[in-house]
Ligand binder design. Structure first.
Ligand SMILES: Cc1cc2nc3c(=O)[nH]c(=O)nc-3n(C[C@H](O)[C@H](O)[C@H](O)COP(=O)(O)OP(=O)(O)OC[C@H]3O[C@@H](n4cnc5c(N)ncnc54)[C@H](O)[C@@H]3O)c2cc1C
Length: 486
């Protein structure tokens, strides 16, 4: 008889793991607490507008290809992918912006205009970043973080210095222009920590940005979730929504099942893609691997205040992805990582998917997503949210030279409280545990429980880390560890 794996959650990591396990002969059932699957990558539909609630940047297309290839498929079997041109635009002030085009040559030209001599340095920087990408993404991140020895290979031995330097230091050695420095430090924000706290080896994110480019699945990132759902269904995975898991049963140090909506579900293995901290609270206290003090000391990726806005006209001077770096980043980073308070003048990111994708808004209208990164667990009230909307929309209007307030049809918001309520997120973190030096690979929370047999974890708080591509990899790694048990 097939062994049964009960999977908690239906985010990218859970869906990926479920596909691998079903392909390899397990009887897999997913239990998702929410009414819709996708976890942080759910979708909001309103009045003909369509928004991705979580991820909007499709980076590292090779990781998605590798995932689907494991099932004899390719992304184009499920969704239409387009390389964005330009990739994004960054505002530094009024009439002061840099557009990042879709090729390194064009980006070099933009750099040269800002800082003479910088294009040559950029090419060298990206060459090194590509080299790191080849080592990291094609190999290292596909290791399960079981032992430090996984990281020691002939190629990494030569890179050891890069683990003890930071992105910030390396970028500043080569570039002096503040705008270029900010652009080069931007990609590692996806890893959840600031550049001054992220090992230089992670410059592979710069290659993901400038080398591989920014892509968009027509219809939004949720298309990828739908693709994985179709794949999972075809492999026989059963998905049950509105199914919150309230307890994991442990007998003789072994996970034997879980409680879902008052029903006992028996399973040979339990794999949780829910936030790691939350999953451990489903166990008796003495079976948890990490104490509260462990989590409190960790560097979490930021939370976020998000707005999903519908406008009754097409907006000007914006691209699909637009960054607003017109205020002091150091002060904002201090508010997030050191002071755990609301930033006075936040940087923010805005996405207008309807600039390139008709499916995102009705004809002649624009869909806008605004995101302010925040410290986890800051106070979250309707008044504070509104105050910050006013702050950023005023700046947005001034920087892009237009009135949008009078054209706002509606706006919905999502913040710390929602992250906690919707995803059982620890302190309302948006995207997991940051990839700092001491939170890399084998130093992250383990994929396999050290205290309970047959209990496994996956997702952005575990190995390899935050982001959609790492979550896909995390699912594969966790499935691999379960297969190894047999
Ligand atoms: C606002 C935002 C923007 C982002 N932008 C990007 C981006 O542009 N590009 C990128 O690559 N990444 C981005 N990320 C990160 C990326 O979305 C995440 O790393 C990834 O989606 C995490 O997937 P996961 O499977 O680990 O977790 P999740 O998606 O959180 O899945 C966990 C699931 O478990 C469920 N669950 C929790 N508790 C229970 C329970 N008790 N019972 C049953 N189910 C439960 C949750 O409801 C959820 O569905 C962003 C994230 C956010 C929040």
């Amino acid at each position: 008889m097939k062994k049964k794996v009960a999977v908690i959650g239906s985010g990218f990591a859970s869906l990926a793991a479920a596909c691998y396990l079903a392909r390899d002969g397990y009887n897999v059932e997913i239990f998702e607490k929410n009414a819709n699957i996708g976890g942080r990558a759910r979708q909001l539909k309103k009045d003909g507008f369509c928004f991705d609630i979580g991820p909007t940047w499709y980076w590292m297309p090779d990781v998605f290809e590798r995932f689907f290839a494991d099932f004899g498929k390719q992304p184009s079997d499920y969704y239409e992918l387009k390389k964005l041109s330009p990739a994004y635009k960054v505002f530094f002030g009024k009439n002061d912006s840099i557009t990042i085009e879709d090729s390194l040559e064009k980006i070099c030209a933009a750099f040269e205009t800002e800082e003479p001599g910088s294009s040559k340095k950029l090419k060298q920087f990206i060459e090194e970043a590509k080299n790191n990408y080849d080592i990291a993404i094609k190999d290292l991140v596909y290791r399960p973080g079981v032992s430090p020895l996984e990281l020691i290979t002939p190629t990494t031995a030569g890179k050891i210095g890069q683990f003890f330097s930071t992105i910030s230091k390396e970028v500043r050695k080569e570039f002096t222009n503040q705008k270029l420095i900010q652009i080069l430090e931007f990609p590692v924000l996806f890893l959840g920590a600031k550049a001054s706290n992220t090992p230089a080896f992670y410059s592979f994110m710069n290659y993901a940005d400038f080398g591989l480019g920014t892509w968009h699945p027509k219809g939004g990132m949720y298309k990828v979730i739908e693709a994985m759902e179709t794949l999972a269904n075809s492999l026989g995975v059963k998905i049950t929504t509105n199914a919150p898991v309230s307890e994991i049963f442990v007998e003789n140090n072994t996970a034997t099942g879980m409680q879902v909506n008052g029903e006992r579900i028996e399973a040979d293995y339990i794999l949780s893609g829910a936030d790691y901290h939350h999953t451990e609270t489903l166990l008796p206290e003495y079976k948890r691997q990490y104490k509260e003090s462990y989590w409190q000391k960790k560097t979490f990726a930021p939370s976020a205040l998000l707005f999903f806005a519908g406008f009754n006209k097409k907006l000007e001077n914006v691209t699909h992805h637009t960054l607003f770096f017109d205020t002091d980043f150091e002060k904002h980073a201090k508010a997030i990582y050191d002071d755990a308070e609301w930033p006075e003048n936040p940087l923010f990111y805005a996405s207008f998917p309807s600039v390139t994708d008709d499916a995102a808004a009705p004809e002649g209208k624009e869909a806008g997503i605004f995101l302010i990164p925040l410290a986890p667990d800051v106070e979250d009230t309707p008044e504070i949210r509104e105050n910050y909307f006013q702050k950023i929309i005023t700046r947005f209007e001034s920087l892009t030279n237009q009135n949008v307030t009078d054209h706002l049809l509606f706006k919905e918001s999502f913040c710390v409280k929602d992250f906690k309520e919707d995803y059982n997120s620890y302190k309302g973190n948006a995207y997991g545990l940051a990839n700092t030096l001491l939170q890399t690979a084998f130093l992250r929370p383990k994929l396999k429980s050290k205290k309970v047999h047959k209990l496994f974890f996956t997702g952005q708080l575990s190995v390899p880390g935050p982001g959609v591509p790492p979550s896909l990899i995390s699912g594969k790694l966790a499935a691999g560890l379960i297969q190894k048990e047999n």
